[in-house]
Design a protein around this ligand. Structure first.
Ligand SMILES: Nc1ncnc2c1ncn2[C@@H]1O[C@H](COP(=O)(O)OP(=O)(O)OP(=O)(O)O)[C@@H](O)[C@H]1O
Length: 245
């Protein structure tokens, strides 16, 4: 579903944000992409979602070549950014239908697709509310609905639960697992090790633009370490340097 070979990004400033990344994600997996601040996660996500051009390497994303056919990649992937996609003012149901129509669905189908997504994400009945009226957890679920409206094979989730209370986080994890059960492959970043532990089939840790460890949560925790201890051993830093864990 996702393979990169030597994927690299050097910015004009000279900053080598990503240095020769080899990634592999199988269909149906939830893979967590973790690293300390400045490790290169966002740069990688932006390359894999076609928003930033790599300076070296190659990648196949959802069955298409990232460099030669980014349009085909875009049709097959969903991307839920940290910042969300909701208008604060317009009724969220209308926004979702519009998004579906932008992907080429006729109005009736767009309506049906939106209704299905809202039901799956437990948002039915909130269609008429503006984005501003939603709680943080509801807003994130709407963001995910936006990312899913064209039924992508591969969904990129950038810090899906940052800023949410524990109950909303746990609820969102249930929805992410349900997506995988429905056949969607998920590649996510998070600043929470408990989230990676609870959700991910596999974790890839990067630091200084390179993969420094990968494995299932159980493999990374071998030797009786917690995932926090493993992360600290591997990178010499905690996952959230700027904020208390
Ligand atoms: N547009 C840019 N121009 C120059 N350097 C950049 C640019 N974007 C990112 N960088 C640098 O590339 C490196 C990786 O940044 P990136 O944002 O990918 O890290 P990150 O792992 O997402 O960090 P965080 O967890 O803090 O969001 C950093 O050193 C950053 O300063």
């Amino acid at each position: 579903m996702l393979t990169t070979k030597g994927l690299s990004k050097t910015f004009k400033s000279g900053a080598e944000a990503v240095r020769g990344l080899d990634l592999h994600v199988d269909p149906g997996e939830i893979v967590g992409f973790l690293g300390p601040n400045g490790a290169g996660k966002t740069t990688t996500m932006r390359m894999l979602t076609t928003l930033l051009t790599p300076t070296a390497g190659s990648a196949a994303v959802a069955g298409h070549d990232l460099l030669t056919d980014p349009r085909a990649v875009r049709r097959r992937i969903g991307y839920v950014s940290q910042h969300g996609a909701l208008s604060p003012f317009n009724p969220v149901g209308e926004e979702l239908e519009l998004q579906a129509m932008l992907y080429g669905l006729p109005r009736a189908e767009a309506r049906a697709r939106s209704a299905g997504l809202l039901a799956a994400l437990e948002l039915t009945g909130m269609e008429a509310l503006p984005g501003d009226a939603l709680s943080g957890g509801q807003r994130r679920r709407f963001d995910i609905a936006f990312g899913l409206v064209h039924e992508p094979a591969l969904l990129f989730l950038d810090e899906p639960t940052t800023g949410l209370d524990p109950q909303s986080r746990a609820g969102l994890w249930g929805h992410v697992r349900a997506l995988r059960e429905g056949g969607t492959t998920i590649f996510l970043t998070t600043h929470y090790l408990d989230e990676a532990d609870a959700l991910c089939d596999r974790i890839v840790i990067i630091d200084h633009g390179r993969v420094v460890a990968e494995g299932s949560p159980a493999e990374l925790k071998s030797g009786g370490r917690t995932l926090d201890e493993a992360f600290l051993d591997i990178t010499g830093r905690s996952l959230r340097e700027d904020t208390p864990a």
